[in-house]
Design a protein around this ligand. Structure first.
Ligand code: AVI
Length: 322
């Protein structure tokens, strides 16, 4: 498929709505109930996430940007020339732009994003501003095993870019699986550049997921709005509440949607019962020390070659090689 607005080939592996239905029915049938955090992100969810990144308590985005601005030329030198930057998620955001602008030319860019509209919108914006960068968008769910159409592997070095601490949204075994997938996609000479949120005072972490303006709460509950619209479900959003707590044993934020009363929810002829106080686990946001992330990468056959951090060591960008 070719975008009408610009001559960019889209490689389309977008999953169908049936996948979401099966997944949601299965997650709500579990005990305890659980839904994937990927269902936060419809158009409204993506806008709410952008607002989260601007909240004073949500230090992650600011710290990652600060460290990138500080170390950009070192990062570009480490990646080297003739790079194909494969980004998991579509980043029209400032981090991606900064990186693309500083990498040694010629650069090709392959965003892998589940939402076709978000993908094409971001590629069009980037292509307008950077006509010399080859755009190779792929519409796919990067959390599933996919075959990326990586061209001329011999001439270009493949670097997987996974910013924003999204790796923290996967529990350890899934994170290792994803890092292994990166290792395969980047090949022997490639690399991965992964944004990782660092362990710190739990009060700072917990505040980031419970902003005073209530944007994170709205973002969390938007998952129910999304499911209602997409699958014809009848969640009464006011009957549920956001809860995010840091678990010191597992070193992660665990976000739940709590049912405020006894109620039933219907989806495609199936009824799901909630007791008062019963919850749906909707997200993990894992935090790592330098050591614990190096161990995780090691399990996937990757070695941490460099770590860049912001001055307060809140966040890190980890440069991984095979
Ligand atoms: C996308 N991801 C890294 C965010 C995080 O911090 O786990 C998602 C998020 N959830 C609540 N606030 C932000």
């Amino acid at each position: 498929m070719t975008s009408a607005a610009l001559d960019v080939q889209l490689h389309d592996l977008q999953p169908s709505a049936d996948d979401m239905l099966g997944d949601v029915l299965e997650g709500l049938s579990r005990q305890p109930k659980q839904l994937s955090s990927k269902y936060f992100y419809d158009a409204r969810g993506s806008r709410l996430f952008e607002r989260i990144c601007e909240q004073p308590e949500y230090y992650l985005t600011r710290a990652e940007l600060a460290l990138m601005r500080e170390h950009l030329s070192q990062i570009a030198d480490a990646l080297g020339p003739e790079v194909l930057l494969v980004e998991y998620g579509s980043g029209s955001g400032i981090k991606t732009r900064l990186l693309l602008e500083h990498l040694h030319a010629p650069v090709a860019y392959m965003p892998v994003e589940i939402s076709r509209s978000a993908l094409m919108a971001s590629v069009e914006r980037l292509a307008d501003d950077h006509p010399s960068i080859q755009m190779l968008p792929v519409c796919a769910d990067f959390t599933q095993p996919i075959e990326l159409p990586i061209p001329d592997r011999k001439q270009r070095r493949t670097v997987i870019y996974f910013p924003g601490s999204t790796i923290g949204n996967f529990e350890a075994s899934q994170a290792v699986r994803l890092l292994r997938q990166m290792r395969e996609e980047m090949g022997e000479n490639g690399a991965a550049l992964v944004g990782v949120d660092l362990l710190k005072d739990p009060a700072i972490i917990e505040a980031a997921y419970n902003d005073a303006a209530g944007v994170t709460a709205a973002f969390t509950l938007n998952m129910l709005v999304h499911i209602n619209r997409e699958l014809g479900a009848d969640f009464d959003v006011d009957g549920f509440a956001h809860r995010a707590r840091f678990n010191p044993q597992t070193e992660r934020i665990e976000t739940h949607i709590d049912s405020l009363r006894k109620q039933d929810v219907h989806i495609e002829g199936r009824a799901f019962h909630f007791d008062a106080g019963e919850s749906i686990l909707v997200e993990y946001s894992c935090k790592y020390s330098r050591e614990s992330f190096a161990r995780l990468a090691g399990e996937a056959g990757l070695r941490v070659e460099r770590v860049w951090t912001d001055p307060d060591e809140l966040f890190s960008l980890q440069y991984l090689v095979a």
